[in-house]
Design a protein. Sequence first.
Length: 235
Amino acid sequence: MLTFEHVNKRRGARDILTDITFHARPGRVTGFLGPNGAGKSSTLRILLGLDRPTSGQALVDGQRFASLRDPLRSIGAVLDGSGAHRSRTGRAHLRWVARSAGIGNARVEEFLELVGIADAGNKRVSTYSLGMGRRLGLAAALLADPGALVLDEPVNGLDPEGIRWIRLFLREQAQAGRTVLLSSHLMGELAETVDDVVVIVGGRIVADGTLAEVTGNHKNLEDAFFALTGDRGAR
Ligand SMILES: Nc1ncnc2c1ncn2[C@@H]1O[C@H](COP(=O)(O)OP(=O)(O)OP(=O)(O)O)[C@@H](O)[C@H]1O
């Protein structure tokens, strides 16, 4: 379970996040949706201990990231890019991540297969497409079998096949019991993937509920999103 409790973030004179409160639950995919600049990345960075809230807290299974005894086994994350050094091969990157977590190389091979990049395992990450880099990032995030998976804009820039693959993959992760939290400014691509939806606009939560609850009387999630965000959602 991922929990945000009254998280506020101020930068200089600006309130970037105001009273961010929501949960992402095990076995469900939670979409954290909002237009560019709404505060999605800032919120996720606080959860992952990469930034501090001005007040409030973000918790992974009831604990702050910094207090987790074995963070890789609690929460996996894919933020910008693959997270790998470009001159490394995909396989070498995963072996390095595995070693840091005390995991054997057999699991690296298993995960290269799982995310569908086994054939490219010996190629340098600099030669990977955007989609392959995302798959490598997912493999690294999942190597230590974490209970939660966090992804910042996982489908952004991918072709339809890549988007479809990520959607199915994330649904499988939730079915396996993981808590999946993903951010996106794209609604159409995600309506079939998410169980729960949290909408953020201007650093504030403006909707939080199941997909059906947030869609409400609108034709679809995209229409509901534009109604909630005004023209800011169109950017
Ligand atoms: N390091 C920083 N210093 C100053 N302002 C920042 C910093 N990081 C983010 N911001 C500001 O905080 C606000 C929220 O940014 P954030 O990146 O969290 O939004 P986002 O919803 O993830 O949008 P995007 O999808 O465009 O990244 C923006 O107005 C941004 O300009």
